[in-house]
Design a protein around this ligand. Structure first.
Ligand code: PLP
Length: 425
């Protein structure tokens, strides 16, 4: 469905470009895979909604009993509005952060949300607000691996969580303030290799088993997110059966350490949504530089999407598949740099991790062609911005029968200006 040129063109005519194309069938398949993965006693999946917080997607999660990991007060409120239950019986929405910012503390307290504490100071904040309920502790286990170095989520250089050797102080602080630690949590990142993820999750389950005697009120442990998506070979399947076996073993291990059955949670983000969305953009020009003493020449396909839409290539050098919509696979290709409209020379979708241009073999595009930038569903629209005062592009949801819904419209100047005031303070 997502590669049908006629559909992509007709949506472009309806809503303009760039736009985000969500393929409902792909999201549902990914949800079904995760449900299968956690279809065993005591296993529970969440969705790390920061990857893609559109209400339509949150509703799909709610309909499939996928709980939510939220990282801000507003994410909690979005999840509740989309139909997820408030409260802690069970804790369907969990708030995971290292800081209470803006409305977060108030939202957690008013809606009975389980706070997952990433910094000891948050216990002080809760105590000052008179909170005496359950808390979860996000542990920095000292190991882990992000998909790039900037996404290091476990180890001495990671800002996330409470260092595993400091947990005794955290337990003492929580106990002093009448709080019960009901969950241990860690997110050790989606390392590039699946085997590395399996090894790290196994190690994490072992660490939890060692720590659990310090936590008499424990009800659950979370192994976090991080199921990788293969951006270069999006059709490649991951050995989820191995992961399922690992989860079942891990739950037995932590339950034995607690001498009672514990719940074991996971909270992938990108796995559910990465392959389900394509950023569709128009080619506005094709231009050339030639080699000189500074370097090689390049052919630039200028497009109307930029890093205000999809920031991952500019931010991490992330690789996304790009195709020229409607061009057969067997036509000759040439190295093309795909660059956006922003007043930033780094506004290029074809870069490597060292920020250098990495031209992509593509059929030479023509002005007016559409380019499809694939696997853009995770940390795509969610990370888009209003830089250069360009409004966010619309999101379109497409059902398997071809019916289409505009789930967010293109932002206007009024949207961009709406928080400006002239209020004296
Ligand atoms: C606490 C937490 N849980 C889950 C995730 C989801 O990770 P991924 O999208 O790689 O599955 C993240 C992402 O950074 C995270 O910080």
């Amino acid at each position: 469905m997502s590669s049908d040129p006629a559909i992509l063109r007709s949506i472009a005519t309806a809503v303009g470009t760039p736009y985000w194309f969500y393929d409902a069938a792909v999201i549902r398949q990914r949800i079904a895979n995760i449900r299968e993965l956690t279809n065993a006693e005591g296993l529970q999946a969440r969705f790390a909604m920061k990857a893609c917080p559109a209400t339509r997607i949150l509703q799909e999660m709610a309909a499939n009993n996928i709980w939510i990991d939220a990282v801000s007060g507003n994410e909690v409120l979005r999840a509740l509005r989309a139909g997820h239950a408030k409260g802690q019986e069970p804790p369907v929405v969990c708030y995971t952060a290292d800081v209470f910012r803006d409305n977060a503390l108030q939202v957690v307290l008013e809606n009975g949300i389980l706070p997952n504490i990433g910094s000891p100071g948050m216990i002080r904040d809760l105590a000052e607000a008179g909170y005496k309920g359950r808390i979860s502790i996000r542990v920095n286990p000292g190991f882990g691996h992000g998909h790039v170095n900037a996404c290091d989520t476990g180890g001495p250089s990671s800002k996330h969580g409470i260092w595993f050797k400091d947990l005794d102080k955290t337990v003492a602080l929580a106990t002093k303030h009448g709080m019960k630690i009901s969950m241990l949590h860690a997110h050790i990142g989606s390392g590039p290799q699946f085997q590395e993820l399996l090894d790290n999750l196994d190690k994490l389950a072992g660490l939890y088993a060692e720590l659990i005697p310090m936590f008499p009120d424990i009800e659950a442990v979370s192994l976090g997110g991080g199921i990788p998506h293969n951006y270069r070979v999006p059709t490649a399947t991951q050995p989820l059966d191995k992961l399922r076996e690992l989860f079942i073993r891990a739950r037995q291990r932590v339950s034995a350490a607690a001498s009672r059955p514990l719940r074991l949670e996971i909270e992938p983000g990108r796995y559910y949504v990465a392959p389900a969305c394509t950023l569709v953009t128009s080619v506005t020009d094709v231009k050339q530089t030639t080699a000189n003493e500074k370097g090689d020449g390049a052919t630039f396909a200028m497009v109307d999407a930029g890093f205000v839409d999809l920031v991952r290539p500019a931010m991490y050098g992330s690789w996304h598949g790009i195709s020229v919509v409607g061009k057969p696979e067997d036509v000759p290709t040439e190295p093309i740099v795909v660059a956006g409209p922003l007043c930033e020379s780094g506004d290029v979708f074809t870069r490597d991790e060292t920020e250098l241009l990495q031209p992509r073999p593509l059929p030479r595009p023509e002005v007016g062609d559409l380019l499809a930038i694939r696997d853009a569903g995770a940390y795509g629209y969610a990370m888009s911005s209003n830089y250069n005062s360009i409004g966010r592009a619309p999101q379109v949801w497409v059902e398997p029968d071809g019916s289409r819904t505009l789930i967010s419209r293109r932002e206007t100047l009024e949207d961009i200006l709406k928080a400006e005031t002239e209020q004296a303070i």
